[in-house]
Design a protein around this ligand. Structure first.
Ligand code: ACM
Ligand code: ZN
Length: 539
């Protein structure tokens, strides 16, 4: 029954001669699936979906069933396959636990389809794979080729970061972003909720954070600090209820939402809303220009920690995930050097300098969040002042911060500007915004999250994943945000899920042809790959 086809064997032989592998040949024969499964073995025949197909699913399979119902509509499910019927059965099978909770097995045979996984997440991904084998537009009838897939992710953090501070995006946009992510087996949405230009989450104890901090005025070239003005007046925020809706949808999609509350820098919107948070005690305005701001939280003031503990206490209660992002990037130390309270703190804590003062700040926050059952992650600057003992690190200024952290035994998410900054343009010419240097689709696809310095060492195990970052200084519409994200996000999804040795850019491009109509059907915008992404692609 399970014979590979002659065509696949010929292709395998050709690829072997060309220096490729038989597995790459199997992969090119998988016409639809992104990210490419770890193992797929074709067999003869097809399974024919029809009005008579019965879907068998227990309550535990609800999220996976919802994916299939997205194709079939409100299709009834049974509890056992009647004799002689053609069934699609979804089952949790604890015996498969060895490959982790996100792993799954999918078997398509002429007599029936079986989806099995050790946990709900894996079953959900099995359903996403099957969904990609069905036509893009919902329907009833479909012919699916016989195949046996055994799949599991390479990394456990497969993320996107969405900056909702520089431009606010409503919850419906976040739902759509998460739906596209989940279809590609991405499981982490890092949401950048606070920055100099806007505070975007309702905090009960400090209504001013959203009454004042969520709104910024217009800036024009006449403004004093208008080297890079933020443009028209802008604002918006999520109520706690909005965020609960986002979290509910995220749970259905097996996505963990990681909130980011920036500190000690990128804090002007908070400083503008709540008195007493900066070194100089000035009342600032929510910023109307981009870039790094010298006004940061005062590290010598107890008021700052009282404020942050109340805010983080509410955040810890709202978000079910274990990890909270606490920023830590781009903290000018100028005000700390001048501030008597900050200098006093350096003395009383026995710190060497302002870098260590930031290290002390982050450790104090880590301690607080641990008391609430949470762990912190921060941008790689937190390596410099001495890492808090259990902190994870998000390496963005290249890979070195992540390498240092991994060698010190910390978990690391790789998200370097070289490959993972999706606000940077996608081609040298013809793009709607000229931001950063081009990061083409092939460049993202070619990203290897485990740097050579760590490959093969125990520290490589500390690289827990990869993430694309959608910074939105220059992204002021939903349409543009999606254009910048897709299909680069799909390339990153494959980097983070599929085995390294099976990477195949030509195969990915071919499979992308099936993904793009799915995005059309989902109402998700994207950039269509151009000539620079094909034969002339740069890795
Ligand atoms: C960053 O891009 N400042 C993390
Ligand atoms: Zn200070």
């Amino acid at each position: 029954m399970k014979t590979t086809t002659t065509i696949a064997m010929v292709a395998a032989a050709l690829l072997a001669v060309a220096g490729g592998t038989a597995r790459a040949a199997e992969r090119t024969a998988l016409p639809h699936i992104i990210p490419a499964p770890a193992r797929a073995e074709f067999c003869e025949g097809t399974f024919e979906f029809s009005r008579d197909t019965i879907i068998i699913a227990s309550e535990e399979a609800a999220t996976a069933l919802a994916v299939l119902n997205g194709y079939f509509g409100a299709k009834g499910e049974g509890t056992a396959c009647p004799p002689g019927a053609r069934c699609v059965s979804l089952a949790i099978d604890a015996a498969l636990a060895a490959n982790g909770p996100e792993s799954y097995e999918l078997s398509v045979a002429p007599e029936g389809v079986e989806l099995r996984a050790p946990a709900q997440a894996g079953l959900f991904y099995a359903a996403q794979t099957l969904r990609q084998m069905l036509p893009a537009e919902p329907g009833i009838a479909a012919s699916v080729p016989c195949v046996k897939i055994s799949d599991a992710p390479r990394f456990r953090w497969r993320g996107l970061m969405l900056d909702v501070s520089r431009h606010f995006f409503p919850k419906e946009f976040v739902f759509r972003m998460m739906e596209a992510m989940a279809a590609l087996k991405m499981n982490t949405l890092h949401i950048h909720l606070t920055d100099d230009q806007g505070w975007r989450l309702e905090i009960d104890a400090f209504p001013a954070l959203t009454k004042t901090g969520a709104w910024r005025g217009a800036s024009s070239p006449a403004d004093e600090l208008s080297m890079s003005p933020s443009g028209p007046a802008h604002g918006g925020f999520y109520t706690k209820q909005d965020m609960r809706e986002i979290l509910r949808r995220a749970a259905e999609l097996h996505i963990t939402v990681v909130p980011e509350i920036e500190m000690p820098g990128h804090a002007v919107a908070a400083i503008a809303s709540v008195p007493g948070l900066s070194c100089k005690g000035e009342r600032l305005k929510v910023s109307t220009r981009w870039g790094v701001h010298k006004d940061v939280y005062c590290a010598g003031s107890e008021r700052v920690f009282e404020f942050l503990e109340i805010v983080l206490g509410e955040v810890a209660e709202l978000f079910p995930g274990e990890i909270i992002h606490v920023g830590g990037d781009e903290v000018p130390k100028h005000n700390w050097r001048q501030c008597p309270k900050c200098q006093e703190r350096i003395r009383t804590e026995g710190l060497a300098n302002e870098e260590e003062l930031q290290g002390w700040f982050m450790k104090r926050i880590e301690n607080f969040l641990e008391s609430r059952g949470k762990r912190i992650i921060g941008w790689d600057e937190i390596v410099e002042g001495g890492l808090p003992p259990r902190a994870a690190v998000m390496s963005w200024r290249g890979m070195q911060g992540g390498i240092t952290a991994a060698l010190e035994g910390h978990d690391v998410v790789m998200s370097p500007t070289s490959h993972c900054y999706f606000d940077y343009m996608q081609a040298e010419t013809g793009e709607p915004r000229r931001v950063g240097r081009p990061i083409e689709l092939a460049k993202v696809y070619g990203f290897e999250p485990v740097p050579p310095a760590l490959a093969g060492t125990p520290a490589a195990e500390r690289i827990i994943g990869a993430q694309g970052n959608i910074w939105t200084e220059y992204i002021d519409s939903e349409e543009l945000a999606e254009y910048m994200t897709w299909p680069r996000g799909a390339a990153l999804a494959e980097v983070a899920w599929s085995p390294k040795e099976t990477k195949d850019y030509a195969g990915f491009l071919a499979r992308l042809e099936s993904l793009l109509p799915r995005f059309d059907a989902m109402g998700v915008n994207y950039r269509r790959p151009g000539p620079e992404d094909g034969a002339n692609a740069r890795f």
